[in-house]
Write a protein that binds this ligand. Structure first.
Ligand SMILES: NC(=O)c1ccc[n+]([C@@H]2O[C@H](COP(=O)([O-])OP(=O)(O)OC[C@H]3O[C@@H](n4cnc5c(N)ncnc54)[C@H](O)[C@@H]3O)[C@@H](O)[C@H]2O)c1
Ligand SMILES: OC[C@H](O)C(O)[C@@H](O)CO
Ligand SMILES: [Zn+2]
Ligand SMILES: [Zn+2]
Length: 380
């Protein structure tokens, strides 16, 4: 039996209600199709039933979904670290916004037609859970994070969600912007915990989608100057178009982190207070460490190798704090206010758009660096 309970959306494909579509097969306009990856590094369209909302649940028509690097990573590499491993077929997508089509019993705050950003992680919300009760719900041990195994994703046509984990998007925001609240939430959580202040000189390492939303957020928070790094000039050019005042440093493979740091400090005309590390690459973490001043902070948002070496004595002798970010908590309402209020413009990040039926092509574009994609979106 397929179980459509929200907290157990781990339907498996030996269930006859699920079907992998044949290549070239055209699903009907109402079919609940989704893009699934599996341990064999395959990605394909799957048709699954349209669910009915239970008590406290809302059925959504997902209108926009962005492809995250972690979706591509799960497809290509089958795991992120030791705790998130693809062992079965798993639905992709967690950066989504949609339209309410039906509400379950007891749901009074939503009605059909309402437009919402879908919070990608649904924690247990129990008073007995310390992390949920104290607002640090990204640490909830029972969180359902969509598209991280074993939970299917929101890249589908019809998605069930608990009513209290949706966020209304105002009329001046598109579904696309609603879906971009998810990566923006990652950056906002980082900025908040890093304690960035007006006028702080800041380094952003890496100009991928997370580095770019961090750049936009740091700019909105009043950082000046901001230096951004990347291995690719095209990504730095993109960053410069997005935030014209940003200073860029191209990282050349083979140069030492100390040398890279001196180029960064030269570009900033002084050492930095804070580095927002958005690559998770060991050498970039080192570069960040050598770029910040005595008492500065290296704030690591990127994820990478399980074990990494730190420049221990440099950090110690310079009282440099090192912190990490794991997803986010309490950031969607802020993300919506910042976009709707015009302080952060995420629209230029979307470089490619596909229809839901073409989701597999969308994944191939997102995974191929030569295509120059920043954010690939799927619309329905
Ligand atoms: N902490 C979290 O909760 C969280 C959430 C989302 C994403 N992430 C992680 O954030 C990181 C960035 O995500 P993304 O989607 O932007 O990834 P991405 O791969 O698109 O971008 C990373 C960028 O870093 C650049 N880069 C690589 N090595 C570099 C180096 N040594 N110096 C400077 N730049 C370098 C790459 O060229 C690329 O442009 C990833 O590790 C991702 O897994 C973390
Ligand atoms: O945007 C959120 C991130 O992609 C997730 O943390 C993912 O990488 C693992 O669950
Ligand atoms: Zn993500
Ligand atoms: Zn909890």
């Amino acid at each position: 039996m397929v179980n459509f309970q929200l907290y157990d959306p781990r339907q498996v494909l030996d269930d006859p209600a699920f079907r992998i579509l044949a290549e070239g097969e055209k699903p009907g306009p109402e079919a609940n199709i989704a893009a699934f990856y599996n341990p064999n590094h395959e990605i394909h369209l799957v048709e699954k039933p349209r669910p009915k909302p239970g008590p406290g649940q809302v059925l959504l028509h997902v209108r926009a979904t962005g492809i995250c690097g972690s979706d591509v990573h799960f497809w290509k590499h089958g795991r992120i670290g030791d705790s998130m491993v693809v062992t079965d077929e798993c639905g992709s997508g967690h950066e989504s916004a949609g339209e309410v089509v039906e509400v379950g019993e007891g749901v009074s705050q939503w009605k059909p037609g309402d437009r919402v950003a879908i919070e990608a992680g649904v924690p247990c919300s129990q008073a007995s859970c310390d992390y949920c009760r104290t607002g640090r719900y990204n640490a909830c041990p029972d969180v359902v994070f969509f598209s991280t195994p074993p939970f299917h994703g929101t890249l589908t046509r019809w998605h069930l969600h608990p009513a209290q984990w949706l966020h209304r998007i105002p009329d001046n925001m598109t579904y696309e912007e609603g879906s971009l609240c998810e990566p923006l939430a990652v950056a906002l959580a980082g900025i908040e915990r890093a304690g960035l202040r007006l006028g702080d000189p800041v380094l952003v390492c890496g100009a991928g989608p997370i580095g770019l939303v961090s750049l936009l957020s740091a700019r909105a928070a009043g950082a000046e100057p901001i230096v951004i790094t990347d291995l690719f000039q095209s990504r730095l050019d993109f960053a410069k178009k997005l935030v014209p005042g940003v200073r860029t440093v191209l990282i050349e493979r083979g140069t030492t982190p100390q040398r890279q740091a001196s180029q960064i400090k030269e570009a900033a005309e002084g050492p930095l207070t804070l580095a927002l590390e958005c690559t998770g690459v060991e050498s970039s973490v080192h570069t960040a460490a050598y770029s910040v001043k005595f008492g500065g902070k290296v704030f690591i948002i990127g994820v990478g190798k399980n074990e990494q070496v730190f420049p221990f004595m440099h950090l110690s002798a310079n009282e440099i704090d090192v912190s990490f970010q794991y997803r986010y908590a309490n950031q969607y309402p802020k993300a919506i206010r910042l976009i709707s209020g015009g302080l952060i413009d995420v629209k230029p990040l979307v470089t490619h758009r596909f229809k839901l039926e073409d989701a597999i092509s969308a994944f191939h574009v997102a995974a191929d660096p030569s295509q120059g994609a920043i954010k690939v979106q799927i619309h329905d």
